[in-house]
Write a protein that binds this ligand. Structure first.
Ligand code: SAH
Length: 566
């Protein structure tokens, strides 16, 4: 009679989440070997099996005992919580077998039965935090040198993985989680959403959603799994949601999509794909995608046709919230026996989410007052952050359930607030300390007309009050220079990349009465006809002509590949 080893992952701990095969395997085994607590968790499934209970650090003797009994011809179940192949018993049993020269052909039979691992049970309770590339890291340094663990935390932080931390802390191991937080804060915002799940699907289940900065202020122990979001993960109604990247191709708040179904998988709609990155483009694309774009990828086959989507109410300045709403609308929920589309509930939005916006002292004014800075400092506090951007703006991120109060307080102090992301922004000079200010009303009128307009990709409109153009208007996507009471216009600057170039001069001496409408029409056409994520210079090159101005090829040269940081 030949024995058999059944290595069983029984999931998080509730009966509903044990697989059918795991139950059967427990039923058909003669001996059950497991850690005390685990045996208790599956006690309801036991019938006449002989039970070998062991303590926590006795995995090796457990594995040896299992192999010994199986060799005697018994059917032996070795149980692990979650999945037996994830920090569980599967590897160890095989290692003991290997040590004894076991072979698949002649040795005892082995079956590994998969289970739901803590990363998935915790993830399900937190919303949809995993969604994209992720990793698990155990912070236990009982068997793994801390240096190696720290290196993995560092690498995962750097590569923007969603991270599930197993064994985050025990009575004696308390520093590892502190150190892990410190390392991750080098790469991620303190406001990165973090989920702390204790005893998922067990009696004392406890779920907390917080931030990277705040995570250590909560109870973390041996039965906790921590999930740290990536740079795109959002907080929504107490849930963590990691976007998959649909916003690259889809305008998630719109009813009609700029890319029609037949265009969506075409290579020109995916300039970031490997196929598209020939030698020069690689360099360019790496520099062009901002961080968030770069870290998300997508697959389009499962999404519904645009006509099936409802438009999403514009609830927040962040597209990410819209993304979450869109995602929810793609889901059907059951009402009675019927499958109905998810209904948007306005009340859901009254929760703490991260409010991100840009602040500047004004279109022309470049000076901040002490009162404005104090108010900003107060609003941001210890938990939020303020980032100095290259675009004459401070980027503010703050967790709040009342963004309106923040905006009205800051606007009352004379600050100009704008949304972040793919919007048109006017970047004016300081008009020589407001001394050469004749053209300021035009800058303001342009801001009025198309400032903050949602466009396919962020669009900077440089505006200089004299021919010196010292604030670099001609380096922007669109450049406007006031000279001799008229305006010069420049289109299609490539603002980033090592082959960045100035915008093409397209017109001189434009009558001020025509300027605002002209720029408005240019931006509106880009808004309508640009592909999602297509920068203005690429759009100009593709459509060849805008408002009668013809695109001219810039003389370029080939530059070697480089990726960010090289
Ligand atoms: N094989 C298991 C992991 C064992 S390591 C699995 O695949 O899930 C033990 C760690 O798993 C714990 O420290 C905790 O981080 C995590 N864990 C296991 N069960 C859990 C549960 N029910 N809730 C939350 N975390 C759990």
């Amino acid at each position: 009679m030949s024995g058999k080893l059944l290595i069983i992952g029984f999931g998080p701990g509730s009966f509903e989440h044990i697989t059918k095969r795991a139950r059967e395997a427990i039923g058909e085994s003669e001996v059950i070997i497991g850690y005390n607590t685990y045996v208790d968790l599956i006690a309801g499934l036991l019938t006449e099996q002989q039970v070998v209970r062991t303590g926590m650090t006795e995995e090796v003797s457990r594995a040896q005992e299992a192999v010994r009994q199986a060799k005697q011809g018994k059917k032996v179940a070795v149980i692990s919580s979650g999945d037996a192949g994830v920090y569980g018993m599967a590897g160890l049993v095989y290692e003991v077998l290997m040590e004894q020269g076991w072979t698949r052909e002649d040795g005892v039979q082995v079956e590994v039965i998969p289970g739901i691992s803590a990363v998935h049970s915790a993830g399900s309770l937190l919303g949809a935090p995993i969604m994209h590339d992720s990793c698990t890291i155990s912070l236990s340094d009982h068997l793994t040198p801390w240096e190696l663990i720290a290196k993995r935390v560092e690498a995962a932080g750097m590569a923007d993985f969603v991270i599930a931390l197993y064994n985050p802390r025990s009575g004696r191991r308390t520093r590892q989680i502190v150190e892990t937080q410190r390392i991750l804060l080098k790469y991620r915002s303190p406001l990165t959403p973090v989920g702390i799940v204790k005893s998922a699907y067990r009696d004392r289940q406890h779920v907390v959603v917080t931030t990277l900065a705040d995570m250590l202020n909560h109870d973390i122990g041996m039965l906790t799994t921590i999930i740290i979001g990536n740079s795109a993960t959002k907080l929504y109604d107490g849930l963590m949601i990691t976007p998959r990247g649909y916003q690259r191709k889809y305008t998630l708040g719109a009813e009609t999509q700029p890319l029609k179904p037949h265009q969506r998988l075409k290579s020109e709609a995916e300039p970031w794909a490997l196929e598209q990155l020939d030698e020069q483009d690689w360099d360019e694309s790496m520099e062009e995608f901002d961080e968030e774009d770069e870290l998300m990828d997508d697959e389009v086959t499962e999404i519904k046709e645009p006509s099936q989507l409802k438009s999403t109410p514009n609830l927040s300045p962040s597209n990410s919230l819209q993304l979450a709403m869109e995602a929810l609308q793609l889901v059907s929920v059951s009402k009675g026996n019927e499958e109905v589309p998810f209904e948007f509930d306005e009340k859901l939005t009254a929760t703490q989410s991260i409010f991100e916006f840009a602040v500047s002292p004004g279109i022309a004014n470049k000076k901040l007052t002490a009162a404005q800075l104090c108010a900003l400092g107060e609003i941001v506090g210890d938990r939020g952050d303020i980032e100095y951007s290259p675009h004459h703006q401070l980027i503010v991120r703050v967790q709040t359930n009342n963004p309106k109060q923040i905006t009205s307080e800051l606007s009352a102090l004379g600050l100009l607030l704008s949304p972040i992301g793919d919007v048109a922004q006017i970047k004016a000079c300081d008009f020589c300390n407001l001394e050469k200010g004749e053209s300021i009303p035009y800058a303001e009128a342009i801001h009025h007309r198309i400032g903050n307009l949602e466009v396919p990709k962020e669009l900077k409109i440089g505006f200089n009050g004299c021919g010196m153009a010292c604030y670099g208007a001609v380096q922007q996507d669109i450049g406007i220079v006031y000279r001799k009471e008229k305006f010069d216009l420049f289109l299609g600057g490539k603002t980033v990349g090592r082959n960045a170039h100035a915008a093409q001069p397209v017109a001189e001496g434009i009558d001020p009465a025509e300027l605002v409408d002209l720029v408005g029409r240019i931006v509106e056409r880009y808004q309508k006809e640009g592909h999602p994520n297509e920068r203005f210079h690429k759009f100009f090159k593709r459509v060849k002509e805008i408002e009668g101005y013809r695109h001219q090829e810039m003389v370029g040269f080939v530059i070697e590949n480089a990726i960010c940081g090289d």
